[in-house]
Structure formats: C-alpha cells, structure tokens
Design a protein around this ligand. Structure first.
Ligand code: URA
Length: 233
C-alpha cells in the first residue's frame, strides 16, 4: 500500500501540487475520485490526473533538438535541451543520452534511467547513429570507400568503419557511425576535405526521429520504442 500523494510526487509533482490536485478531485484511482492526499492505495491501482494516466517508472523522451541549444542539463549562458521541456519533466531529473553540438539538430533521447543511458553511451556498446550530413563539396565513391575502410583522422584517431549513402546532388548523405567521438562527423568530413555545413541526427539504435516533431518539440517514447531500446541496449 502506498500513499496517493507520494505516488504523485514520485511521478514529478511536488507534494504541494499533488495535494492541490487531489483535493480538487482531479485524481482518480481505478476510476474513482480520491480527495484525501494521505489515502493508502494498493500499488496496482491505476492513477489518472484529469483523465490522463499517471506516468510512473522511468521517463523516456524523444526530442527534436533545434539549433542554438546545448545538450547539457545546465549552462550559465546557453539554453539547454532541458529548457525545451516542461517543468514537471525537468524535475524528474532527466538527462540527455549523448551529445549533439550546439549547431546540430535532430534526435536526442532524454531519460532518468541512468543504467540505460550509461549503456547507450558506453564506448563498448557501439550503438548505430545515423546522421544526415550536408557538406561543402561533393561526396564521391572514394569517400564512401575511405569511410568503409575506417578513416584515420589528422590527430591519429582511427575511426570504426562507417557507412555513407550519397543522396541528391552529392553534397548530402546519410552517414551511419558506430561510435560517438567528440565532433566526430565534422572531423571525418574535414579529413575528407569537405567541411560540414549542416548536420542532423536521424536515428540512434532502434530509435528514429519522429518526422512529426518540429525542431524544439518532444514527445514521450511509446511502449514499443522503450521495449526496443531496452532490448537493444
Ligand atoms: N558529430 C559531430 O561532429 N557533431 C555532433 O553533434 C554529432 C556528431
């Protein structure tokens, strides 16, 4: 048995907010309104707030990162990816899994599931990441072959084999990496003599950026996406 107000605060509401919502009759347990915050309920009771099921357990958020925000939890000067989320999600202690540069757009996963975040970013795990890369120049078959063989960057960093699928007029391609070193795509393209002019992450492991999300928008992952992600990691 657990107190109703405690379950609401575990889902992100402050104790005070939880008490206000409960007393206002906005919270139901198994379809019955409960107005006393201290009510003890069986753990299996299904809770709703304004008819919306309470999200319990870990949170998994897909964000379409816009350009100009930094991928960190706090920054004294810059807007962060957390600033794109509502207060009640921020309060749950979610953090971005991996990083995108400030000017890079696309898929960022945020979660409060520390072990999963750790596994997905661990260099031992080799989670595929797909980027749409636009370069100044034309990507050639030779570039494709060099990436497949594994580039060695100017500073001696040996990259794992990467896949390049050229599209359009040759300056745009899909690039799949199995690792995520600092500024990796930009450094790889610079090494080929074709600097990046735009970069967008489209996929990470089994997760694909939802095209309906505009830059700056987010949504919770579906149960199926969470299952695929946890299985994959
Ligand atoms: N590669 C980069 O250069 N920047 C990113 O943000 C991600 C991959």
């Amino acid at each position: 048995m657990e107190r109703l107000d405690k379950r609401l605060s575990a889902a992100g509401y402050s104790r005070k907010e939880a008490a206000v919502l409960i007393r206002a009759g906005r919270v139901k347990a198994d379809s019955a309104v409960v107005t006393v915050p201290e009510t003890k309920l069986p753990g299996a009771a299904v809770l709703t707030v304004d008819g919306v099921p309470l999200r319990e357990g870990f949170l998994y958020i897909m964000l379409h990162k816009s350009a100009g925000v930094v991928t960190s939890t706090e920054d004294p000067w810059e807007r962060t990816v957390l600033d794109l989320l509502p207060e009640e999600l921020r309060r749950r202690g979610v953090f971005p899994v991996g990083r995108l540069d400030k000017d890079v757009t696309g898929l960022v996963l945020l979660t409060d599931d520390g072990p999963l975040g750790h596994r997905l970013t661990s260099p031992r795990h080799h989670v595929d990441k797909v980027y749409q890369v636009t370069v100044d120049g034309v990507l050639t078959k030779e570039d494709e072959a060099a990436l497949t063989a594994g580039l060695v960057l100017g500073d001696g960093l040996r990259c794992l084999p990467a896949r390049l699928e050229r599209t359009g007029r040759g300056n745009v391609a899909l690039l799949t990496l199995r690792e995520g070193k600092y500024h990796q795509v930009k450094r790889m393209m610079a090494c080929l003599g074709k600097p990046v002019t735009a970069l967008k992450r489209l996929a990470m492991g089994p997760l694909t950026l939802d095209e309906r999300l505009k830059p700056g928008e987010w949504r919770l992952l579906t149960k199926e996406e969470v299952a695929k992600l946890t299985k994959n990691a």
